[in-house]
Write a protein that binds this ligand. Structure first.
Ligand code: ADP
Length: 327
């Protein structure tokens, strides 16, 4: 039987996402409810190695559910990729008697958790905190809904000015490997074209469609491009289209880091609270190396290695919807 946990650590790691604070709050308060001691680890794996670890109380997480960012800070940590770095991290945990970890982060952070857990037999539970939504085993990741809503609000404003001047706007959204923000915000704003890394971009089809629209005087067009598209980002795409259709008045807007910030939406606060609660329950039940997700509105647990390897698949039907609705 697994040893009962008594002291747990919580950290945010890798890319930040809005809603991480709501999740930290849930972990801390659920832990305290179950009479566990809860420790906050600052700056992800870096804090673990540098012993930047502090006891948290219920009041430590007051007034944060509505705040973007993460009170625990986050970081990428090269030293944790080395066995020596991980040994230091383990020694710090051992000194404090921490016997379970909750890691809120993306697939990189889960890889780290898995390696660490296998080396030192320390129970680790992952919670998907990423605006990219590119993790298998969950319908939601913390921060995605907020990022999409931020993008939608910005694109709505861009459409107002595009409409006033009959302009073609290319809007670049975040997503180096993932087209989910582009797809959801594009459908939500009625974009004419959506370019994502998961599909080969048919540039000729886009040019033909824009030329056809020009003929029938549809000059206001919004093209959403994920930053990792095979034609590059917004600027590259604009240069390419300008060459082929010089008549079009083209502008580029790169939404950038605003997509990572801001107050989390109700969905992100809710899933962050449910996942944080559930992660602590998992540790108490002796589970390890799992990612807590939500599928079909139920908690769903995926072995960390599966969550890391398999990505969510973009549905062809959604892309068909884009085509049909944007005529
Ligand atoms: P994210 O969690 O947002 O995907 P990263 O890919 O940058 O972000 O991963 C966060 C951190 O997780 C890395 O900086 C590193 O410290 C740790 N990590 C990632 N992959 C591994 C690995 N294979 N072994 C050990 N640690 C890892």
């Amino acid at each position: 039987m697994a040893k009962k946990v008594t002291k747990i650590g919580v950290m945010t790691s890798g890319g930040d996402s809005p809603g991480m604070n709501a999740c930290i709050r849930a972990v801390v308060r659920t832990g305290i409810y179950h009479k566990l001691e809860v420790f906050g680890i600052t700056r992800g794996y870096s804090g673990l190695i540098d012993n930047d670890i502090h006891k948290m109380e219920s009041r430590s997480v007051a007034n944060i559910i509505q705040r973007g960012g993460t009170i625990l800070k986050t970081a990428r940590c090269k030293e944790f990729l080395t066995p020596e770095g991980r040994k230091k991290a383990y020694n710090n945990l051992k000194k404090l008697g921490i016997d379970g970890l909750v890691i809120i982060g993306g697939d990189g952070s889960f890889k780290g958790a898995q390696v660490f857990s296998n080396e030192f037999n320390i129970p680790c539970i992952g919670i998907p905190g990423t605006i990219d939504k590119d993790i298998a085993g969950t319908d939601f990741t913390i921060g995605f809904d907020t990022a999409v809503n931020t993008a939608i609000e910005a694109i709505d404003k861009i459409r107002d000015t595009a409409d006033a001047h009959d302009r073609l706007f290319i809007v670049e959204v975040m997503g180096r490997d993932s087209g989910y923000i582009a797809l959801h915000s594009g459908i939500g704003t009625g974009a004419e074209h959506i370019l994502i890394p998961e599909r080969k971009t048919d540039i000729e089809a886009i040019i033909t469609s824009l030329q056809e629209k020009e003929k029938r005087k549809k000059l206001v067009n919004i093209v959403i491009v994920a930053e990792g598209d095979d034609y590059g980002g917004g600027t590259d795409l604009a240069n390419l289209i300008k060459e082929r259709i010089p008549n079009f008045d083209i502008r580029v807007a790169i939404l950038g880091h605003i997509q990572r910030g801001g107050s989390p939406t109700s969905i992100d606060r809710l899933i962050a609270s449910r996942m944080g609660y559930s992660a602590v329950e998992c540790l108490i039940e002796g589970k390890t190396n799992l990612m807590v997700g939500i599928m079909n509105n139920k908690m769903h647990f995926t072995p960390l290695d599966k969550a890391v390897k398999a990505k969510q698949k973009i549905s062809d039907e959604w892309l068909k919807i884009v085509k049909i609705l944007a005529t």
